[in-house]
Design a protein around this ligand. Structure first.
Ligand SMILES: [Zn+2]
Length: 132
């Protein structure tokens, strides 16, 4: 191999390496957007922090739900369908809810707020001050 061929090879390798670096996807932690349970919301600054969500019991009371019964799961009138007899089960610890008549369900107060207001995930998180 002569000097010219060697130089050409180095140049080619540099070009390859440069492209490879440029094509490498950004590290997930450094990519723009936020992540929530594996979901990313592109183009959003900040992130959802579930620890900032309001305590479920006071949140649901503020939403006008009357939680009745004892224990972790309470009954309430379902706001997602015309309900005369409490058919919504609400977890006062986690905020999870499930209606046995209309099937409305979710894992926390954010899901509830999202479902009730029609807000997007980020919007609902911000409305509940769970966005930082
Ligand atoms: Zn319902």
């Amino acid at each position: 191999m002569n000097a010219t061929e060697f130089a050409a090879q180095v140049k080619a390798r540099k070009a390859r390496t440069g492209r490879w670096m440029a094509q490498r996807p950004a590290h997930p932690d450094r990519s723009p957007g936020v992540s929530f349970g594996g979901r990313t919301v592109a183009g959003q600054r900040g992130r959802f922090n579930c620890a900032l969500l309001p305590p479920p019991e006071s949140f649901y009371r503020r939403e006008g739900l009357k939680l009745v019964g004892r224990g972790e799961w309470r009954d309430a009138l379902c706001p997602f369908h015309p309900d005369k007899h409490p058919s919504l089960r609400v977890n006062r610890v986690t905020g999870a809810f499930r209606c046995f008549v209309c099937g409305a369900h979710g894992g926390d107060v954010l899901d509830f707020h999202h479902r009730r207001t029609g807000m997007g995930f980020v919007e609902a998180a911000k409305a509940l001050n769970a966005w930082e």
